[in-house]
Each structure stands twice: as structure tokens, then as C-alpha cells.
Design a binder for this molecule. Structure first.
Ligand SMILES: [Zn+2]
Length: 160
């Protein structure tokens, strides 16, 4: 039995903030503003799992108002969501995601992000796809004001 879920996230970029995507710190003059570490890719993946489980969204499980999640490591949030799926009897089958960021170029970092995410999702790296696009100079992403990510995840019943 399968469940499918979709997730998306966007963070404003600000000078002096670290840029973290897929748990990887990337050299950049601006990073994501946000209550947690602002890891839009990891947040989109976690939201996709919650969607597949019909368990609301990330903000519901880890509210901004809770100091516990200030500057939180988003891979840890994702690990909690994976654990929740496990509690419901599901494991991740595969994940596909797209990051939208004008700069820096992410190509050289993609495999390291996939490794981080595969470990956290408890699946083979061959089942985790991360793609990166620019905003072609348009909208908030294109103007370098924001980073966004979209993700889709398939869950399957755990074989016991
Ligand atoms: Zn986020």
C-alpha cells in the first residue's frame, strides 16, 4: 500500500545568515531568514511526508512560537517526521525535489545533499533526487530575494 505527498517551502534571503539546504552549509553572502535554520529543501520534504500521512504540516508539528525550534537543525525535524511515518507503519520509497535559487549555483553540492537526505530518510541515495533551478531573473527567487523548494514523496507500507 502506498501514500503520496507533496511539499513546498520558501524562505526570504538575508545578508549574514547561513545558507543551508539539505542539511549542507553552502558558501553564500546571503542565507535563509527563518525561525529554524531555514532549510527550505528539508522543510519541503518533511511537509511532503506529513502530507502523505495526512498529518497536517511542519508548522503544526514544530510551531515558530516554540523556542525549542529556534535555529533548529532541520535534518533533525525531518528525522522526527520519518519516525512519525514509521509509527504509522510507513517507510519512504523515494523522494524527488527541486530547489529554486538564483545564486550560488548548486550543481556541485547536489550529491552531498542527497547523501544527507538519504541517511535521514533511511533510504538508498539512489532513491533521493535533488534538482536545482534558477528563477531566470524573475520573481522573488530570480531577484535573489528568496529560496524555495518543492518535493514529492512516496511512502510504502513497511515490510515486517
Ligand atoms: Zn521552511
Amino acid at each position: 500500500m502506498f501514500r503520496i505527498g507533496i511539499g513546498s517551502d520558501m524562505h526570504r534571503l538575508a545578508a549574514g545568515r547561513p545558507l543551508i539546504l539539505g542539511g549542507l552549509r553552502i558558501e553564500s553572502d546571503r542565507g535563509a531568514d527563518g525561525h529554524s535554520d531555514g532549510d527550505a529543501l528539508t522543510h519541503a520534504l518533511a511537509d511532503a511526508i506529513l502530507g502523505a500521512l495526512c498529518e497536517g504540516d511542519l508548522g503544526m508539528h514544530f510551531p515558530d512560537s516554540d523556542q525549542q525550534w529556534k535555529d533548529a537543525d532541520s535534518l533533525q525535524l525531518l528525522a522526527r517526521v520519518v519516525w512519525l511515518a514509521h509509527e504509522r507503519g510507513f517507510q519512504v520509497a523515494n523522494a524527488d525535489a527541486t530547489i529554486m535559487l538564483e545564486r550560488p549555483k548548486l550543481r556541485e553540492h547536489i550529491d552531498a545533499m542527497r547523501d544527507n537526505l538519504a541517511k535521514t530518510l533511511n533510504i538508498d541515495v539512489g532513491c533521493v533526487s535533488v534538482k536545482a533551478k534558477t528563477g531566470e531573473g524573475l520573481d522573488a527567487v530570480g531577484r535573489g530575494e528568496a529560496v524555495s523548494a518543492q518535493a514529492i514523496i512516496l511512502l510504502e507500507r513497511e515490510s515486517k
